[in-house]
Design a protein around this ligand. Structure first.
Ligand code: GLU
Length: 350
């Protein structure tokens, strides 16, 4: 008998800046499995507030890749849903409203530091020095009279500890003095930064579990502080272990690693073009950072879903074992009906 879990709302929140990398694909897969396991919802949200990096083409390749792996979302930019829009650039007014709320409550402030002044700080190897955190109304009026633009910065508490509730690592406790000095929430063009947008959206979209790569763990204390500033309950954080390249020495990058003289796939488009079956890739990635059990390597989606729980995800970085992927792909290909082999192979040889 499997334990009954409360329906979870999870989201995959990529920035559409390039092709979908297998790290992102693994995050989406774990999201999907958890939504399925709990009878909850899987939400796709596009984080495109960094306009300089936005690439509309990659949104298509992203959705194509997720569907190829069979990861369907119940809410998202193309299917809609009760908490839309699901593209952050279409939610600009919302973020502005929440930033202003924090300013009005004294939890964030307008900072008028110019680009040239920031550059001086950078050259001197200094962090922002909170110079506009405690301005008097007269000082603020004088800076505005100069016609200076402003950003909104979060007033990070100067003391105390912040606890990140992480399902994989337990509680992660951080001294507030180690959090970057007063990060920007709203840029001078009114666009939110990732930190503001992610917290506002995860709250408004009623996300219960944030599954994302471990590289976001250092941002989590700031997010927890933002939840507290708004008076909101933070979701459960689930930081997934880093995926290492096959040598186990470095983080998987965008460069294709070479195994036995062959370049290995790293983007979902590579798997699609090089003849991998989605079932094999699913099986392989599901077992990367989570394990079905100590012995069994081959399992179906349904079998994985029935066992999957975020609390069983490992905190340890895992090296990608491409030989296992090749072997699994062979197993799944050999199990295909002859007609299906033909359908699968034809586009590859055409
Ligand atoms: N937009 C971030 C990314 O591109 C998402 C981080 C998160 O899941 O909070 O990976």
């Amino acid at each position: 008998m499997t334990e009954k879990l409360t329906p979870a709302r999870v989201r995959f929140a990529p920035s559409p800046t390039g092709h979908l990398h297998l790290g992102g694909l693994r995050t989406a897969l774990f999201d999907w499995m958890y939504a399925e396991r709990t009878g909850g919802q899987f939400v796709l949200r596009i984080e495109d507030t960094d306009q300089k990096r936005y690439n509309p083409e990659s949104l298509n390749s992203l959705t194509r890749g997720l569907r190829w792996l069979g990861l369907d979302w119940q809410e998202g930019p193309d299917v809609g849903g009760p908490y839309g829009p699901y593209v952050q650039s279409e939610r600009k007014a919302l973020y502005e409203q929440y930033a202003q709320q924090l300013v009005a409550e004294g939890k964030a402030y307008r900072c008028y530091t110019t680009e040239a002044e920031l550059e001086e700080l950078r050259k001197a190897n200094k962090e922002y020095d909170r110079r506009h955190r405690w301005l008097t109304p007269e000082q603020r009026a004088a800076l505005e009279a100069e016609g200076r633009a402003h950003v909104v910065r979060f007033a990070v508490p100067l003391e105390g500890l912040t606890t990140v509730p992480d399902a994989v690592r337990g509680s992660v406790v951080v001294d507030n003095q180690r959090i970057p000095v007063d990060p920007v929430l709203l840029k001078s063009d009114g666009m939110p930064t990732y930190h503001l947008a992610v917290v506002v959206d995860d709250h408004l979209m009623q996300i219960t579990h944030i599954l994302r790569g471990e590289e976001w763990l250092p941002s989590a204390p700031l997010h927890v502080l933002l939840y507290a500033a708004f008076g909101w309950e933070p979701p459960v954080f689930v930081h997934l272990p880093i995926i290492l390249d096959p040598s186990g020495k470095g983080k998987m990058s965008k460069r294709k690693p070479v195994v036995d003289g062959r370049e290995m796939p790293v983007f979902v488009s590579d798997f699609m073009q090089e003849g991998y079956l989605p079932e094999a890739v699913f099986n392989f990635l599901a077992n990367t950072g989570w394990s079905f059990d100590a012995e069994r390597e081959i399992f179906t989606r349904q079998e994985a879903i029935a066992r999957f729980d975020v609390k069983d995800i490992s905190a340890k970085a895992t090296a990608l074992d491409y030989k296992k992927l090749e072997w699994l792909n062979g197993v799944y290909i050999r199990a295909l009906e002859p007609a299906a082999v033909k359908t699968h192979l034809l586009p590859l040889v055409a």
